[in-house]
Design a protein. Sequence first.
Length: 335
Amino acid sequence: MSAAVPSVLFDNHGRPLEYLRLAVTDRCNLRCFYCMPEEGIQYLPKQQLLTYEEMERLVAIMAGLGVRKVRLTGGEPFVRRDLVPFMSRLSEIPGIEELTMTTNGVLTAPHVPELARMGVKAVNLSLDTMDRARFASITRRDELPRVMDTFYALLAAGIRVKINAVVMDGQNTQDILPLAELTRDLPVDVRFIEEMPFNGGSHAATLPWNHTRIREHLELNLGTLTPAATRPGDTASHYTVAGHQGRLGIIAAYSRTFCGTCNRIRLTAEGGLKTCLYDQGVLDIRALLRGGASDADIVAALTSAFRNRAANGFEAERQRPLHQLSFESMSTIGG
């Protein structure tokens, strides 16, 4: 990765903006019920997606403003062709110090050696259960063996694995402890995420398994969770357990307890800038890129958006049109 350049950009609440989550596609090869419907998905036409060249230009501009970390998301990133060469080019952009990705692991294993060679140090692996039948029920695809192949390939390559598991009442709460047990003998992070309202439909007003209940359940069965150090901008509260090599984490995605130090921005696959996961999109970057805007024009537009950022997810959600509240699919906004 390239040499460090001091961060220069802060939002209107004094938070440095250093982390870009870049969705390279809205397509996915799983159909997790909490993320997208099983059928009838209206994918974006290819010409509406940002090209790799457009994304590279934008990342270079953002690196000049202080972005240091890029995480590739989707959909599923590996569904898009020629992803690895694109990642390699991103890693060479001056100022980008860390390149990571979030993947469901179905297509990832063959590419692990290439990820290691280009300096990818960590990968987030979406995995809600290690039970094959429940995996097939949740994802509507029988792909657990391929996901586990990716898991072990990443470990063998020395790439840090962070498992992301969405905790869903009545679906996979019996999987919390088996997943947590992975940290006993393996140097992995297992993070449990509150279920979020981005499921293409309505969401219950109360959350049966919030971050407090998840922690209580873990402590009751594993013993004391000792808080571990976190970095500014971390969404997870990290914990260690005596005798465990890895760490546990809890992400209060629905409760939104981490907004005060949020350092991330999102770019959808069609070029929509989101300065908060819960906002409706605050800037059409694709229109700028394809409308002849200069780099200076784009910097001015980005800077304006960053300086009018919501204080937290609740404020961002209040600013959305009522008909758009909580009805997006996570596959369209980059996780």
